[in-house]
Design a binder for this molecule. Structure first.
Ligand code: MN
Length: 739
């Protein structure tokens, strides 16, 4: 135990550096002593412990404390809490000790931070429940979350020494939760850095390519910026404005996102950078007026693009961001974005919440602003008893990235809605009862469908009818968490009713046929009725989607099963126990089974990996199945962030084996054309779970009709192939025959 001389030197160097930053926040001896006491306690508590990288653990809390001062702009108490943030979690010290030594405030902050570190290691529901608790402390003290973000930032900066599965889990959480949270709290540069770091670890090659291209184009870009800025600088100097002008390059992650979103190469991204003008306003006229004066000066020089003017001064963004953005036509016919803001606005943009608080205190404003409203919303959601903790987490995430529009009720009351909201969202925003009964809307006195997207300034009246009710498609129409939740609740209740009704109907039918509804019988009819499980079967019967008219025939029919080769997934045995290859030589029934079969693997719907793809497993706690995602799937990131514990640590591999399959016939009809048969065969054989027995097609008068008999593993793979067939040009109907 103890620190070596080398460690001591390293710690001293970092500690001295932190003390230098502390000069910005310490006002008296008391402040200095408070921080020093925290440092010495942390030093003693973490003594002898090292991080995975090998360096003394203490360097981590020191680094977090430094981020808290330099990059977030928090004060003495936060620095103390940052230094102590892992003490209760990792050492013998308790929250009570913290209270005794540092007082109640610090103890409650450290307690919040300790709880939060448990969030991503606990069980699913427990994890979301923890998060909910921690967010409750957020509404009391936002600093806890800000320190947690600093903690995450430092962990991301040092992620290289972590093993791959940890990297996937941590980057997943970061991209899903921490980066949006940083954005919502106004920490723009931290948000960008978190995203860049995630990309660096998850997509190292793309990251390196873009960063290299940025470097290569640096000189040309600087030359252009100088040329663009020259006349602006001359004009601002002429007007005696105290300003700074700079060219800001976009983050690598945002460049990459844009390349993907627009499907364009790096070379075609024209807005790689923006020009930023930050100035110290004179006491008069208002700062806003002075921003517009500078805008006017610039647009005297360059022509603005009218639809690209953004006034976030009159109406700040929900995260407090204020600035005037304009895109103008620069030299050589290139569009350039110009951002104009005062020093105060700049500080809020860089430091977010903390800076915002500082200015708010200075002006002693009692007005409820955007931050207050957001916190109020969170508090309300946290206290809502209808939401499960997991849903809450999803909805919370949804509330993080929104820009807002203002709309009006028929009585002229204004309501803020997120950008992209529809009339249906508005209906649910008023009340879930109105949403559930909505049939259409009068937008600015004109009748429109309930699915219409609403715009700032619209006046909206919702028309309701007793007879209508929410449909699953509505989930695609709404964008607000509130509406989504209300619709889900309704559908869940309805589905439950259908399940009960369906089960009853099936039981009655079976009784009439004098057959016992055993597990064996259920297993037989579930795939025949194209369902995946018991509940789905019952709910389809209850909803009238499945008719039981043919039940008798189906039960008597011979399913003509066959053993066929399929790809399967497995987890190779540990060390030295090399996975055996099970590619069949013949087509014999004596084929050995793959090494690990009891485990159920399910192909993820979102990214649909195919044999050969690199995959990562996620254990679904409800079914204990392993859901297999592509290694770079977005949904996987989301899951990793919420339920990181369920990510399967072991590598999952593909192998071939044999399994039972069922013969079904699919009827097709459509317009005949050249190459149709080839397209059909390609689609069917392209699916790795499908084996064709025969294809029969005959055509007359330009119409073709026919059938394909194929072996499928289950209803799901049949559904998939039918969906693909429907997409073939010319095909009009695809039906499964009941044989
Ligand atoms: Mn930590």
């Amino acid at each position: 135990m103890g620190y070596s001389a080398e460690d001591e030197a390293l710690i001293k160097e970092k500690w001295d550096d932190l003390l230098l930053s502390c000069t910005k926040i310490c006002k008296n001896d008391e402040d200095w002593n408070f921080i020093k006491r925290a440092f010495f306690l942390a030093k003693e508590a973490h003594e002898g412990v090292r991080r995975r990288s090998g360096e003394p653990y203490l360097l981590h809390p020191i680094a977090v404390a430094k981020i808290v001062i330099d990059e977030i702009g928090l004060g003495v108490k936060s620095v103390v809490a940052a230094l102590l943030h892992d003490v209760v979690e990792d050492t013998e010290y308790t929250v009570e000790d913290m209270e005794r030594i540092f007082g109640a405030k610090i103890a409650s902050m450290v307690d919040g931070l300790t709880k939060m570190s448990g969030v991503f290691n606990a069980d699913t529901s427990e994890q979301a429940e923890y998060f909910r608790k921690v967010l409750l402390t957020l509404s009391d003290d936002v600093r806890v979350i800000l320190i947690k973000i600093a903690d995450r930032l430092h962990n991301m900066r040092t992620l290289g020494s972590m093993p791959l599965n940890k990297q996937i889990k941590i980057t997943g959480e970061t991209i899903y939760l921490f980066a949006p949270l940083a954005y919502r709290l106004g920490l723009y540069s931290i948000k960008s850095e978190l995203e860049d770091l995630c990309m660096k670890y998850r997509f190292p090659q793309q990251y390196a390519e873009i960063s290299q291209k940025l470097q290569e184009s640096e000189a040309t870009r600087q030359e252009f910026i100088n040329k663009f800025n020259a006349p602006i600088i001359a004009a601002l100097n002429r007007d005696n404005i105290d300003y700074e002008i700079s060219g800001r390059v976009k983050s690598i992650y945002s460049i990459w996102s844009k390349m993907q979103r627009k499907q364009i190469p790096f070379e075609e991204i024209y807005d790689l950078f923006a020009i930023r003008i930050v100035f110290n306003p004179l006491p008069f006229p208002s700062a806003k007026t002075q921003c517009w004066q500078i805008y006017s000066t610039i647009t005297d020089i360059y022509t603005p693009k009218p639809d690209r003017l953004r006034d976030w001064i009159s109406m700040p963004k929900a995260n407090g961001y204020e600035a005037l953005h304009s895109t103008v036509m620069g030299p050589d016919g290139v569009w350039v974005e110009v951002q104009i803001r005062t020093r105060r606005m700049e500080e809020i943009a860089e430091r977010g919440f903390a800076a915002h608080w500082k200015y708010k205190k200075a002006t002693i404003s009692q007005d409820e602003d955007e931050f207050d409203k957001w916190l109020k919303q969170i508090r309300a959601a946290l206290n809502s008893p209808t939401e499960s903790a997991v849903d809450f987490l999803d909805n919370f995430k949804l509330s993080l990235y929104t820009s807002e529009i203002v709309v009006f009720t028929p009585k002229g009351e204004s309501r803020k809605m997120p950008y992209g909201a529809t009339a249906l969202d508005f209906a649910y925003d008023i009340h879930s009862k109105i949403g559930n009964r909505a049939i259409s809307a009068k937008i600015n006195h004109k009748l429109e469908p309930i699915t219409t997207q609403i715009n700032s300034g619209d006046q909206i009246e919702i028309i309701t009818a007793e007879t209508t009710h929410p449909k699953p498609e509505w989930l695609e129409v709404v964008t607000t968490a509130k509406a989504k939740q209300a619709i889900k609740n309704f559908l869940k209740r309805e589905r439950q009713n259908n399940i009960e009704r369906g089960q009853q109907m099936l039981e009655e039918q079976m009784k009439a046929l004098n057959i016992n509804l055993s597990g064996r019988v259920l297993r037989k009819i579930i795939p025949i009725y194209e369902s995946n499980n018991k509940d789905e079967l019952y709910s389809k019967i209850g909803a009238g989607i499945i008719s039981l008219d043919n039940l008798d025939k189906i039960l008597k029919s011979n399913s003509r099963n066959k053993l066929l080769k399929f790809w399967t997934l497995f987890i190779p045995k540990k060390e030295g126990d090399e996975a055996e290859e099970h590619v069949a030589a013949g087509d014999e029934l004596s084929e050995p089974k793959p090494p690990e079969t009891p485990q159920q693997f399910v192909i993820a719907e979102c990214c649909k990996p195919i044999p050969g793809d690199k995959v990562v497993g996620y254990r679904d706690p409800a079914t204990d199945n392993i859901i297999v995602h592509k290694a770079n799937c977005d949904e996987l990131n989301r899951l990793a962030s919420q339920f990181g514990k369920n990510i399967v640590k072991d590598e999952i591999k593909w192998s071939q084996h044999k399994a039972m399959s069922y013969l079904v016939t699919v009827e097709l009809r459509g317009l005949d054309r050249l190459g149709l048969l080839l397209d059909l065969a390609t689609v069917v054989s392209g699916d790795f779970n499908i084996n064709i027995r025969e294809i029969n097609i005959h055509s007359h008068d330009g119409i073709f009709e026919g059938g394909i008999s194929l072996y499928v593993k289950d209803a799901e793979s049949l559904q998939a192939v039918m969906d693909r067939l429907r997409k073939i040009k010319g095909i009009e109907t695809v039906k499964r025959t009941m044989n």
